[in-house]
Ligand binder design. Sequence first.
Ligand SMILES: Nc1ncnc2c1ncn2[C@@H]1O[C@H](COP(=O)(O)OP(=O)(O)OP(=O)(O)O)[C@@H](O)[C@H]1O
Ligand SMILES: [Mg+2]
Length: 462
Amino acid sequence: MAQLETLRQAVAVSPNNVPLLLLLAQACLDEFSPEEAREIYDRVLGIEPGRKEAKLGIARALYLDGKLSEAAVRAEAFVGEHPKDASAWLLLSRILLSDGNREQARDHYQKSQQLEGGLKDPALEKELYDGSGHRPLGPSPPSASPKVPVTSQGWHSGESEDTEETENASQGPGEFERPQVTFADVGGMEAVKEEIRMKILYPLNNPELFRAYGKKIGGGVLLYGPPGCGKTLLSRATAGEIKAGFLSIGIHQILDLYLGNSEKNLHQIFEMARSHVPCILFFDEVDALAADRGDLRKSAGRTLINQFLAELDGNVGSNEGILVLGATNAPWHIDPAFRRPGRFDRVLFVPPPDETARAAIIEVLARNKPVTNMDAKSLARKTRDFSGADLKSVFDMTIERCLSVAMKEGRVIPLSTNDLLQTVKSLKPSTRAWFESARNYALYSNQSGFYNDVLTFLGITQ
Ligand SMILES: Nc1ncnc2c1ncn2[C@@H]1O[C@H](COP(=O)(O)OP(=O)(O)OP(=O)(O)O)[C@@H](O)[C@H]1O
Ligand SMILES: [Mg+2]
């Protein structure tokens, strides 16, 4: 309670401080005040419409308040947008179980465990599987498990894996956007921008010139690279540059939300794009369509892939005026059939943000936060290999540290560059693990030079 009061006071001093509001809302949930939590989350969304913690928080608050069907709708929309967020699947599982839907609740629990094995909820697990003889994946839970408080489960767990910019993002497949972001909003990354200009923008603007040299227009472009490094942002900015519409689809949305209806749904998405030309049709997580993926329902898998290829080839409708972009962190999982001419036949490597890009990201992250003497440039210099998402973690962790001091002293303590640097020292950039895998594929399975840019980036070839 004391903590709750301190947080309320801190919020009264800085009412638009989103991290602070989120902490207060979480404390309200912990103290079983879902209505107050709900109000605070709504305020956060008023300040930052895409803020994922607030969206999921509302679902949590509704659940605690016993409003199960509204909670389910919110949680379902959330996992549609953030399919990799294990804690959201866990919440959805809990909601469905309370609603009497044990079977789906089990499926969703399994899903959360596949995404993040460490995120256990022994009490829920017991209720889900008791007496049935079935066990979820991973090690079985301790038999006499303490009851885990619903609200404190895995709250921050999904944060670092999926930092998509969700402003304007659609709730389900098929909503259209007109992105206002352009290359000017993407800090640094000049080489990638230049490649997009050469591979996408110039051909679109000068079709005759390209045809004269026997170059084909159309086909798709695949963006690949480590997570959290701007693939989604760049795609949206590309649409903004050419003032085209933007339709963003997560492959998991197609797979999960429309069980059994995936092919029809995919066709509808392409049709929707066809009726909105010129536009960019952006597929996130295209690797989820890889033929060898376990979670791709076996019977549906092949037909869905074939449908996708037919749509890309323009066999079932003209793709004139549609630019198909795909993004993935795991290009090595992508079915080679996708890379044939006319499909995703051009690839773009999106490397970790360079120093200028990091400084730009830091400036954005510092906005609306109590900071003092912020030196984005020196911070950028000292965060080599950090992704956009990693930088966000640096801020989040530093804020938490400052907040605990603030609570002891009872006043708001602003973040300084030094505080942030201290956090930087305790973190390892996540892109390094990605490069370890990528390096192997680049060295040992570099068909048609697919990974040449990775090799150059790593300084292995020129
Ligand atoms: N060059 C940049 N300038 C400004 N912000 C950036 C830049 N690169 C990344 N960001 C920010 O970092 C975060 C992660 O970027 P984004 O979501 O585009 O990455 P991603 O490569 O699509 O990640 P994932 O693979 O997880 O989908 C976003 O908040 C984005 O706005
Ligand atoms: Mg992305």
